[in-house]
Write a new protein. Structure first.
Length: 215
């Protein structure tokens, strides 16, 4: 359940979190998961911030990927096929969550400015839908979204048919597209959506986080 003392947003759902970190980081030039961000790596920071909103957390990594040390409560799952992109990561993450979990907020490891209240509000806006996904100017953000566990069979069917775009999953189930104006009350600059792809993105995020140098 997303319910903590002082929360403005509560949900009757049991919601976990999934962090995907198996991408190739081609433009960054180094693995994003292990990039230092203050006293933590980027993956450690995202896991910590996400853990302020949801529990349990699953990290989905590539088969042979080396990860930084994570809390003992975090479960690590591995992509079965790295060639199938984020939809495979979504499948792996949902599959690895305990059966008691109703839904999961799914994100990537390269959003170190994630705002926990953003996650909580996304969960609250899910309502009776199967997926709640951010939609900014017609562009959906599949790794800034809440997925019910019951979407898992649909994801598996799409993967088996090599229909790998997450939008196919959105079209197959009841999906609510969340607009920026629904979220700026908790994240005015929508920093939660700001994924880092280049060294320039990385340096700018360090400055925005008040981290003057790489620790």
């Amino acid at each position: 359940m997303v319910e903590r003392p002082g929360n403005r947003i509560q949900s009757p759902l049991t919601v976990g979190g999934v962090v995907l970190c198996g991408g190739k980081s081609t433009r960054m030039g180094v693995p994003k998961a292990t990039l230092p961000f203050g006293p933590e790596t980027m993956l450690q920071r995202v896991v910590r911030l996400l853990g302020e909103a949801v529990s349990p957390i699953v990290v989905v990594a590539a088969r042979d990927q080396t990860l930084p040390v994570l809390p003992g409560s975090v479960h690590v799952a591995r992509d079965e096929s790295e060639a199938k992109g984020p939809l495979e990561g979504i499948r792996a993450g949902l599959s690895a969550l305990p059966a008691s979990v109703d839904a999961a907020y799914i994100t990537s490891c390269d959003v170190p400015l994630l705002v926990p209240a953003f996650v909580e509000r996304m969960i609250a806006l899910l309502g009776e839908h199967d997926i709640a996904v951010m939609d900014v100017d017609g562009f959906t953000h599949p790794l800034s979204a809440v997925y019910r566990r019951r979407t898992l069979p649909h994801a598996e069917s799409l993967l088996a048919a090599d229909r790998l775009r997450p939008v196919f999953l959105f079209d197959a189930v009841r999906t609510r597209r969340i607009r920026p104006e629904d979220m700026t009350v908790v994240d005015p600059e929508l920093k939660t959506l700001r994924n880092l792809n280049t060294p320039e993105d990385y340096r700018a995020a360090l400055v925005d986080a008040g981290i003057d140098s790489i620790s």
